[in-house]
Design a protein around this ligand. Structure first.
Ligand code: ADP
Ligand code: MG
Length: 236
């Protein structure tokens, strides 16, 4: 074990997100605070409407808190403009969604390569890294296949390879097992856990899949926009 201080990759300080105004306002997040250390696999659980997606989006800069602060890698991102946010999203954060969101007319390889292209990586490096990421998540031999030729689990692996391509230290996943059967869901959850521990990537995953809780190091429970409880798994 090394004794280096634990890096805090994400810090949320009293994050509130209110949609609409006046009588119609919806309090999606009410004063959420937490810290996510480097290499941790964190599940955000809570029923539908509890604020999971809103929190993921506020952390990833896809949405802005109404008040409160989000720090990524020690920097407050509240005041970032759109260009700075795009830069941060392309280089430092990987996103994984429920519906995989692959480009349907691109091969698996091209989907992963695209995120390297957007980040400005040189062509030769893009090809090497795209294949490396596909291999890492176990779909290397499907590189030349189109998404429709792949199973849901394989497509989600390609999406995870895409999220990893730019070597982010943070992956945000919103219901990544929502469209997978339980056997495949376990494989994807095991993969996310291994990536977080072995590649030192912090993974924050919104989920209402009870299976996820067996894999996460910490479970943050949201209730009506409030962080209700934090459960820490005792490591085996
Ligand atoms: P979850 O992902 O846990 O299902 P969400 O973060 O999607 O929860 O939603 C939290 C609350 O905020 C819900 O009451 C939802 O209806 C509301 N909400 C989410 N997005 C919007 C929006 N763009 N406009 C208005 N209300 C929204
Ligand atoms: Mg959601």
């Amino acid at each position: 074990m090394n004794d280096a201080p634990v890096e805090i990759v994400v810090r949320a300080e009293n994050v509130e997100r209110v949609y609409g105004s006046g009588e119609n306002s919806v309090y999606a997040l009410r004063g959420v605070s937490f810290e996510a250390p480097g290499g941790a696999f964190i599940a955000l659980k809570g029923r539908s409407g509890s604020g999971k997606t809103t929190l993921i989006n506020c952390i990833g800069g896809l949405d802005k808190p109404t008040s409160g602060k989000v720090y990524l890698f020690g920097q407050p991102i509240n005041d970032y403009d759109e260009a700075q946010m795009t830069e941060l999203r392309r280089h430092k954060i990987g996103f994984v969604f429920q519906s995989f969101s692959l480009v349907p007319t691109f091969t698996a390889f091209e989907n992963v390569e695209l995120s390297l292209r957007l980040a400005g990586a040189p062509a030769k490096e893009r090809a090497r890294r795209a294949q490396e990421c596909l291999d890492l998540v176990g779909v290397g031999k499907w590189a030349r296949h189109m998404p429709f030729e792949l199973s849901g689990g394989q497509q989600q692996r390609v999406a995870i390879a895409r999220a990893l391509a730019n070597s982010p230290r943070l992956i945000l996943a919103d219901e990544p097992t929502g469209e997978l059967d339980s056997h495949t869901a376990r494989q994807v959850l095991g993969l996310l856990r291994d990536l977080s521990h072995q590649q030192n990537v912090t993974v924050i995953m919104a989920t209402h899949d009870p299976l996820s809780l067996e894999y996460a190091d910490q479970v943050f429970e949201l209730k009506d926009g409030k962080l209700d409880a934090v459960h820490v798994r005792q490591s085996a």
